[in-house]
Design a protein around this ligand. Structure first.
Ligand code: EPZ
Length: 417
């Protein structure tokens, strides 16, 4: 298993380009199942989760070609097996995103229940409820969801809670249903909007994506299209926190500041100077940061995927911060590891009390989930001495060549096989 070895204490400085968004790419790749014609997707991040999704789609009969500029062309002319097997789904929960498209295109789907993961139970009951409302017959047996529908019917669906992939699955299913579908209490995340943009380019009729009421007018079929994936707002936020926490100065290219308001506001509150333009964000700091409390919630509130990174920042800030996680029930796995580096954090229920300390000291730590891994890398960049982060395969799922990008910003970090 690969490890990252980090010599901390270097302020990051320089310029880096943001990769395509993982959480927009994954549903957009699944959208290829909705048409027999080719879907060309550009600006695809080179990530393990993307490779896994492409393997899953290929197994169903989707022909896939990739070019050296990280473009991918997918053609689901014939779907030979509308099945997502357990061995693939258990490594990547987002595989559940094939359920809606397969049910809509093939009239049937057999998708393994994703099972829990490090950050929580993560059920898919809302995905199932929505498909049933559209007339699908759903059975859950032997760990698999089996869905059948001669043709889905438009329906009015009010989700019990805000779910990103639930909204995406149902939006994709509704594009080929007969009649109109309304999804209420829909997720407003920018990745949902990017998916809707791609689906509309394919001939879908979707309105309201980005608001909590999405309307989809079903059509007979979708056609091919070309789509460029939006930049990854969580990668953007992670690099901004890395620069702020190491007292550096950074410019991010191909970024979208308007979808990171909550994060930029918190960085300013911590004392960083943040400026931005249409497709760039710049940050610099002078001196120590102030502790800044955060409370995660669905978009546009502070994103849960940035919680661990801000916990690393707060561990060496001036004062005490409250970090409250309201989206997932077990997303504090990084706390124990940060404490090994000298952080002063006490967890009470879904709130962590983070008292800033003068410095962290390098140690061996272990990654447990994608964003926890990122917070450990950030802590390694901050700490004095050497930090070794183990099990970096978690990191490779969501960050493209992170050690290369960080090295270009001056970090002393290397991957050890
Ligand atoms: C998406 O996961 C993202 N993944 C996650 O990013 C992100 O943390 C999460 O949204 C929240 O923003 C992708 O987009 C591929 P949810 P998702 O359904 O859709 C509960 C990362 O780091 N729930 O919005 O699986 C669920 O248990 C990953 O890139 C139900 O109870 O999250 C959770 O507590 C991690 N029933 C809450 O809702 C359901 O049917 C939000 O989950 C669905 C969800």
């Amino acid at each position: 298993m690969d490890k990252l070895v980090i010599e901390g204490g270097v302020p990051l400085s320089g310029e880096v380009s943001v990769s395509g968004a993982k959480n927009a790419t994954l549903p957009i790749l699944c959208a290829s199942l909705l048409t027999a014609e080719p879907l060309a997707v550009a600006h695809v991040p080179h990530l393990h989760d993307v490779t896994t999704m492409l393997a899953l789609l290929a197994q169903m009969g989707v022909t896939i070609s990739t070019d050296e500029k990280l473009g991918v062309e997918l053609a689901a002319a014939r779907i030979t097996g509308p099945v997502a097997p357990y061995d693939l789904v258990r490594t990547m929960r987002a595989s559940v995103l094939v359920l809606g498209p397969l049910t809509a295109r093939c009239g049937e789907a057999r998708v393994s229940l994703p099972g829990g993961c490090a950050i929580g139970l993560r059920p898919v009951d809302q995905h199932i409820k929505g498909l049933q409302a559209m007339g699908a017959e759903i059975a859950i047996e032997h760990g698999y969801i089996t869905a059948r529908a001669s043709r889905l019917k438009g329906a009015r669906i009010c989700l019990d809670l805000v779910t990103v992939t639930g909204t995406e699955n149902l939006m994709m299913a509704a594009t080929l249903a007969s009649g109109a579908t309304v999804i209420e209490n829909a997720a407003r995340e920018p990745e949902v909007v990017d998916l809707a943009k791609c689906l509309n380019a394919m001939g879908a009729k979707i309105q309201g994506a980005g608001s909590d009421v999405v309307m989809i007018e079903g059509v007979e079929r979708l056609h091919g299209a070309r789509h460029r994936v939006m930049p990854d707002r969580i990668e953007t936020g992670t690099f901004l926190v890395a620069a702020a926490a190491t007292g550096g100065e950074i410019t991010l290219r191909d970024a979208r500041p308007e979808i990171l308001d909550a994060v930029l506001e918190k960085l300013r509150e911590a004392g960083a100077q943040v400026t931005s333009g249409p497709d760039w964000i710049a940050l610099k700091t002078n001196g120590a940061l102030n502790s800044v409390s955060v409370r995660t919630a669905p978009y546009p509130a502070f994103p849960t995927d940035m919680q661990a990174q801000f916990m690393a920042l707060n561990s060496v800030a001036r004062g005490t911060a409250l970090v409250t996680e309201t989206v997932f029930e077990n997303r504090f796995m990084h706390v124990q590891e940060l404490k090994r580096l000298g952080a002063d954090i006490e967890v009470e229920g879904n709130t962590a009390v983070v008292k800033g300390v003068a410095h962290l000291d390098g140690a061996g730590v272990m990654a447990t989930d994608l964003r926890a891994s990122a917070s450990l890398v950030l802590a390694g960049l901050i700490a004095r001495g050497t930090t070794t982060v183990d099990r970096v395969y978690h990191l490779d799922r969501g960050y493209e060549r992170i050690e290369e990008k960080l090295s270009r910003l001056g970090a002393r970090i290397k991957r050890v096989r």
